[in-house]
Design a protein around this ligand. Structure first.
Ligand code: PMP
Length: 433
């Protein structure tokens, strides 16, 4: 079957609300290269939105899945326990920031990890409200999409949303929410959390603040080094828990195992997913043991949460992280890509901002550098041109005007060079047009 034929079948069978990346149907993938059903190869700078930091079909992950699938495919922990769940929880408890005792619940998606984190925070604190960011994305279930920023287009028409969720502006320096500039700003954006306690919500009713360390769907926005320490301080002052959503930024993407380590801040609860499973379905909420134990028996998890095959895959991913030194690889890749992006920014006026952390890097595109008018049309044209020429790259940001890279960390030099050259050619053509 051709891509076109499959696309026609898809249009008839799958609702349009399920994002449609265009008529490329993957047949197989290895490392950072995806082959479609017609045999055309694509370099993957999107990593399935960061699901594949270890690369597509990493041999150790595939082997772990094969071995586990032959032994025990499924066993809901209501019925039989299995070691993989406990082993993965132990690993995540040891690897997430903070020396305190931790516990982990395993579920199936980033949204579910976030939902479980909020349940834990509410049950442990006895408070209902959650403060989230106006640049955040936390998923598509009702509560997770309530937490997601109002500006995100995915939210339209699904209300009424869950009550007791409040949004504050994020530390988005390129478009500073208080019209100031770093470092002279004295982190007024962090003080907006405190301000929200005067004009939005009584802090005594706030269970948690939830933030991504790098706003992913929001445009790869990286807050300055003082931001999270100040947010942590404010949370502590009011007895509010801090949930850090590392669904997109976690598992080496930013040059550390978890991004929040780079602010030297310890969250109370941390969510991870995507790259944790190396392409399989798994997510986690890890947190202070006493908080995690607050919900009643049966209050957390679900039928498929921490499935034995996904646990085996995630344990293999965490082994690869160590054995292939992925933290160092992410840093080296980030340095290389950032320097190429900075060179491109000198050439193309539409690149308003180069930003990111480690290898979670992005270009914000504008029509006018001074006015910073968002250029989603340029982003769209670039994504399309790259696809035509064998490179998968994604856009993000409130206005869809940010190009982001989440390439597998195991990408070869040849794949990286080829991908960067396709991107550069696309810029040259689109900028000329
Ligand atoms: N949190 C963050 C930070 C995310 O980037 C995403 C997905 N893009 C989610 C939560 C939701 O994850 P899922 O799509 O697996 O539900």
């Amino acid at each position: 079957m051709t891509n076109k034929e499959l696309q026609q079948r898809r249009e008839a069978a799958v609702p349009r609300g399920v994002s449609n990346a265009g008529p490329i149907f993957a047949a197989s993938a290895k490392g950072a290269t995806v082959t479609d059903v017609e045999g055309k190869e694509f370099i993957d700078f999107a990593g399935g939105i960061g699901v594949n930091n270890v690369g597509h079909c990493h041999p150790k992950v595939v082997e772990a899945i094969r071995e586990q699938a032959g032994k025990l495919l499924h066993s809901c922990y209501h019925v039989f326990q299995y070691e993989g769940y406990v082993a993965l929880a132990e690993k995540l408890n040891a690897l997430t920031p903070g020396d305190h005792a931790k516990k982990t619940v395993l579920v199936n998606s980033g949204s579910e990890a976030v939902e479980n984190a909020v349940k834990v925070a509410r049950r442990a604190s006895g408070r209902p409200a959650i403060v989230a960011s106006a640049s955040g994305f936390h998923g598509r279930t009702l509560l997770a999409s309530t937490l997601t920023a109002k500006v995100m287009p995915y939210k339209a028409g699904f209300g009424p949303y869950a009550p007791e969720v409040y949004h504050i502006p994020y530390a988005y320096c390129y478009r500073c929410p208080v019209g100031s500039s770093y470092p002279g700003c004295k982190m007024q954006c962090a003080e907006l959390l405190k301000k929200s306690f005067i004009d939005m919500v009584n802090p005594e009713s706030v269970a948690a603040v939830i933030l991504e360390p790098v706003a992913g769907e929001g445009g790869f926005v990286v807050p300055p080094k003082e931001y999270f320490p100040r947010i942590r301080e404010i949370c502590d002052e009011f007895g509010i828990l801090l949930i850090i959503d590392e669904v997109q930024s976690g598992i080496c993407r930013t040059g550390s195992l978890f991004a929040i380590e780079q602010w030297d801040v310890v969250p109370d609860l941390l969510t991870s997913a995507k790259s944790l499973g190396g392409g399989t379905v798994i997510s986690a909420c890890t947190g202070r043991a006493e908080l995690m134990d607050a919900p009643q028996v049966g209050g957390l998890g679900g039928t498929y949460g921490g499935n034995p095959v996904s646990c085996a895959a995630a344990l293999a991913v965490l082994d690869v992280v160590e054995s292939e030194n992925l933290v160092a690889k992410s840093q080296a890749l980030g340095t290389k890509v950032r320097s190429a992006f900075e060179d491109m920014a000198k050439k193309y006026d539409c690149i308003g901002d180069v930003r990111g952390l480690g290898s979670m890097l992005a270009l914000e595109l504008v029509h006018d550098k001074a006015a910073k008018t968002p250029a989603p049309d340029i982003a769209k044209a670039l994504v399309a041109k790259c696809r035509e020429n064998g490179l998968i790259i994604l856009s993000c940001g409130h206005s869809g005007n940010v190009i982001r890279t989440l390439m597998p960390l195991v990408i070869s030099d040849a794949e990286l060079e080829k991908g960067m050259s396709v991107l550069e050619t696309a810029f040259a053509e689109v900028a000329k047009g």
